[in-house]
Write a protein that binds this ligand. Structure first.
Ligand code: TYD
Ligand code: MG
Length: 455
């Protein structure tokens, strides 16, 4: 690691090097004895790096031309969309996710089309042996000639080979297992990860190589160690899902070349990841018909509406304190909505256990699902089913008012395309579905919504 200039101070009396200005900790001389030491090392370390990344000279915007074909298609439509229309040459893309979620599988599949369109593609496997990756490739039916596989953990060796191989796309799996031998710290340490990331950034920029990095994520959801990488790279994608559910969501959390409002949906199967073109149909496949306590809501993931089934079960509490169990939604929000339902809907929920679940392991984070939670709970309490072809949307306030939500037209269009015939939406949004083949009912209060859906 390079020391920053003036970060070390040397005592003029005894020569002791101190990290702080002020009194010398060794000979205890008075303030003023220490002077900033400008390290030559720091200055020279900065030199070559700047030479690689700095543009030739300042130019006006008009002078700068964009080359066509700067984006490469990965052949996975969902991945391309999340990237903003393919991967940009010379960019660095970080794909984070829990171990075992399918990051290696995703990139191996992307490498297939990249190797065909822009050979050669170099896949650096720093976690698995070449034979292990080959086995996976066989299973996925990948046998592209332009795909070069290399099990190597020394990044300086990779760098040295790039001149010969001249890859147009580079995959490094993973950033936590490659290392630079000149650094003393272990692979995966913050120092290694940061320096490896910076090195790869310089290479990607300098050689115009589209570069993908795999990064593992800790249980808390942070990229282990390399938080600092998120600032460095151009694009950060998270690959999420629950290991016991087959669907996976690819989400852009940072993208210098596209929107962060996109998600891609995949399904992990026998033969790797398959794109899910119609995620709503996928989520709703096992929906019970005519059952009380089930409501369909629409969650807007970026520009993409996802239909989700919310389920509630209300049962008499057998002990003093009623239970509230919430999966896939915010616990406090559900408690708040139950209080609204109790006070304004006249349902004595204080004596009832309430369980709320998003079917299929999905998650709702938007207030737009509030009304759905209220209606599902009321439906279960009253033991009366909500019509199966109805979509429910709306934010619920503490006075029981139903407030407007965003993206209503988008959500309604998706629902109409999937066979929904009715929707209950906030009154101020009721006009948003005017052109759609849906019977849209605007409601201003929770009471009106319950009347409309449960009679
Ligand atoms: P992997 O891509 O190795 O995950 P990561 O690189 O994120 O750690 O995928 C691991 C899981 O995916 C593994 O549990 C097996 C499963 N899998 C399938 O179900 N089908 C397949 O075709 C492949 C290749 C993997
Ligand atoms: Mg892997």
């Amino acid at each position: 690691m390079t020391a920053r200039a003036a970060s070390v101070y040397r005592c003029q009396q005894c020569g002791f090097a101190s990290p702080k200005p002020g009194t010398c900790p060794d000979c205890r001389r008075a303030t003023g004895d220490l002077v900033p030491l400008v390290e030559e090392r720091a200055a020279s370390a900065r030199g070559p790096r700047r030479a690689v990344t700095s543009p030739e000279r300042p130019r006006s915007l008009r002078e700068i031309s964009l080359e066509r074909g700067d984006r490469l298609a990965t052949g996975l439509g969902e991945l391309d969309r999340v990237l903003g229309g393919g991967v940009v040459r010379g960019s660095l893309v970080l794909i984070g996710g829990d171990p075992g979620i399918g990051k290696s599988t995703l990139l191996l599949q992307a490498a297939r089309a990249l190797a065909r369109a822009a050979p050669p593609v170099l896949y650096i496997s720093a976690e698995e042996s070449a034979a292990q990756v080959k086995m996976r490739a066989d299973r996925l039916g990948i046998a592209a000639d332009g795909l070069l596989l290399w099990a190597e953990t020394d990044l300086s060796a990779v760098q040295a080979a790039l001149d010969d191989v001249k890859p147009r796309a580079l995959i490094v799996d993973s950033i936590q297992t490659v290392y630079l031998p000149e650094l003393e710290s272990a692979p995966g340490s913050v120092t290694q990860v940061r320096e490896c990331g910076a090195r790869l950034m310089t290479l990607a920029r300098g050689l115009g190589v589209a570069t993908f990095l795999v990064g593992h994520v800790t249980k808390e959801g942070a990229l282990a160690g390399p938080r600092v990488l998120e600032h460095l790279v151009d694009t950060v994608l998270y690959f999420e899902g629950e290991s016991h559910h087959a669907y996976r969501i690819l989400r852009a959390v940072k993208n210098r070349f596209g929107s962060t409002n996109e998600i891609g949906v995949f399904e992990m199967g026998e033969r790797g990841l398959a794109e899910v073109a119609n995620p709503s149909g996928f989520f709703l496949a096992e929906r019970p018909q005519g059952a009380a306590g089930s409501v369909i809501v629409s969650s807007l993931e970026g520009t993409r509406p996802l239909l989700l089934e919310l389920q509630a079960l209300v049962a008499r509490a057998s002990f003093g304190t009623p239970r509230r169990t919430v999966l896939g939604a915010d616990y406090n929000r559900v408690c708040l909505l139950l209080a609204v339902l109790e006070k304004l809907g006249g349902m004595p929920l204080a004596s009832q256990d309430v369980f709320v679940n998003v079917a299929g392991g999905g998650r709702v984070t938007e207030p737009a699902a509030d009304l759905g939670i209220v209606v599902a709970t009321a439906s279960s309490y009253m033991d009366r089913a909500v019509p199966g072809d109805a979509l429910v949307l709306g934010e619920v306030g503490l006075t029981g008012e139903v407030r407007a939500v965003s993206g209503v037209e988008l959500r309604l269009r998706e629902a109409a395309a999937l066979g929904f015939r009715r929707a209950v939406v906030p009154r101020s949004n009721a006009g948003d579905g005017a052109k759609l083949p849906l019977e849209v009912r605007g409601v201003a209060t929770v009471g009106e919504a319950l009347d409309a859906l449960l009679g």
